[in-house]
Design a binder for this molecule. Structure first.
Ligand code: DC
Length: 206
């Protein structure tokens, strides 16, 4: 079963790319960040802190596919808390089976540890990144379109904090898999990124 693993930094364009590739290759797609966002959202709903390990584990145990469709998962606060719950090794362990079961049938997964931990044998590994300011700008536009009023400076600060947390945590930190193809999307349109990734994938498996 073919697996395409897409890892990368926040707002680098990996989600847009994942969805476009899934539609092009007619493969199932899983945005694994939504699993961590759903855990964070459940904790927020029950007024628990993202640092509350016991409640975070309980929330992770109960995640179901329909939870990934909750519209609030897109919000800025959920994203900040998702990065905090994702640092708990026990939460990551609970969410492992969901991801492995999905990957078993073949598909495209995007996240932070797909090529390194979840699917180390993926046929294709892509690592997507862009300059912080560009990513913050993209995220700022997205949040404004979502009616969230937040300054560019705050978005940049939160993004830098999340990058630091995602890259420096002990468990499954964000890092570039040894065989990953790196795409820097700083000066690229979404279409350029898709074409670049398609060329890489076609040269490897199709
Ligand atoms: O991709 P995203 O912004 O929706 O991810 C939300 C948070 O979840 C992010 O800060 C890091 C974490 N995450 C992770 O640790 N591992 C993954 N495979 C996906 C996301």
């Amino acid at each position: 079963m073919t697996v395409i693993a897409i890892d990368g930094t926040f707002a680098s364009g990996k989600g847009t790319l994942g969805k476009r590739l899934a539609s092009h290759y007619k493969m199932p797609y899983l945005d694994t960040g939504k699993l961590y966002r759903a855990v964070a959202y459940k904790l927020m709903e029950t007024k628990n802190s993202p640092e509350n390990l016991v409640e975070a584990i309980n929330a992770a145990k109960e995640i179901k596919p329909e939870d990934l469709k909750i519209p609030e998962l897109k919000s800025g606060n959920v994203a900040v808390n998702a990065s905090k719950v994702a640092a708990h090794a026990e939460v990551r362990k609970e969410l492992l089976k969901f991801q492995k079961d999905f990957a078993k049938k073949g598909g495209i997964l995007d996240g932070r540890d797909i090529g390194t931990v979840i699917c180390p044998d993926a046929e294709v590994k892509l690592f997507i990144d862009a300059k912080s300011e560009i990513r913050a700008h993209r995220r700022h536009l997205e949040l404004n379109a979502n009616q969230e009023s937040i300054s560019f400076e705050t978005v940049l600060k939160q993004l830098t904090e999340r990058d630091t947390r995602d890259m420096n945590r002990k468990n499954a930190p964000l890092k570039i898999a040894a065989t990953a193809h790196i795409i820097d999307t700083t000066d690229m349109t979404a279409n350029d990124v898709f074409e670049n990734a398609r060329e890489i994938i076609d040269s490897i498996i199709f």
